[in-house]
Design a protein around this ligand. Sequence first.
Ligand code: X2W
Length: 286
Amino acid sequence: MKKQNMNRDWIATARTLSQALPYLQRYTGAIVVIKLGGHAMGSDEAMEEFARDVVLMQMVGIHPVVVHGGGPMINAMLDKLQIKSEFVNGKRVTDAATVEVVEMVLSGTVNKRIVQAINRQGGKAVGLSGKDANLMVCTQTNADLGFVGTPSKMDPEVLHDLFAKNTIPVIAPLGAGENGETFNVNGDTAAGAIAASLNADRLLLLTDVAGVKNGAGEVMTELKAQQIKELTAEGVIAGGMIPKTETALNAIEGGVRAVVILDGRAPNACLLELFTEHGAGSLIRG
Ligand code: X2W
């Protein structure tokens, strides 16, 4: 690289850092819950970059919480074991054999991959599921879905303990039932319930789409909860976006300040959202 270009690069880097100051000040002490969906979990390099962003958030005074999915990874393991699986309204019909595989994949492989990636970037992550310390107790969602749970009683104390120790919680979306059952919880639903229990400042839903689109197919950068309701009634918000916007509305009603739906595959998506004027994806407020 020529010296002149290099100077320009460094000057731009310094300016970027300087311009981030108001955002850094705004988020000091803030709780930011990040939902990392299975479809947004890419290569090892992408995971490394995500982990670096999470560690950076913590270094500047944010309390990040990662809640993850892993639907595609569960599908791959069920295929290998020749267990058939189907979804009804975005939720996996989960029998006793399936829930065992779900827990093995989510609490095992997927959770530990994220924990390890964060620790390799110099952070201190601890993996847990909704079962740990009674974080997320569930009831059965409906009998036809089997062991699919709806969060019914949240106890986020363990998360506050981890914040006090500068430890980053990484949470698999499983919950215990009152009778000792293991429940499979949709990752977005779990992230929304956890964010609400913490009265989080932000819930970032990292997906594989750029955000909520209007009738013309353009991403809407800011929306009110009421607009979401109208766009859903008009059929503009449809399909796979509905569980995301429903999670956003529930989270906001539950006390989360704002929810952002954004493309987790975009480079440094979380930093772009939190630390620049530009933001990323669709910001939803009450
Ligand atoms: C999900 C849990 C994982 C998940 C499942 O079994 O696939 C239910 O459907 P993504 O990657 O975020 O979609 N649970 C009840 O939500 O993963």
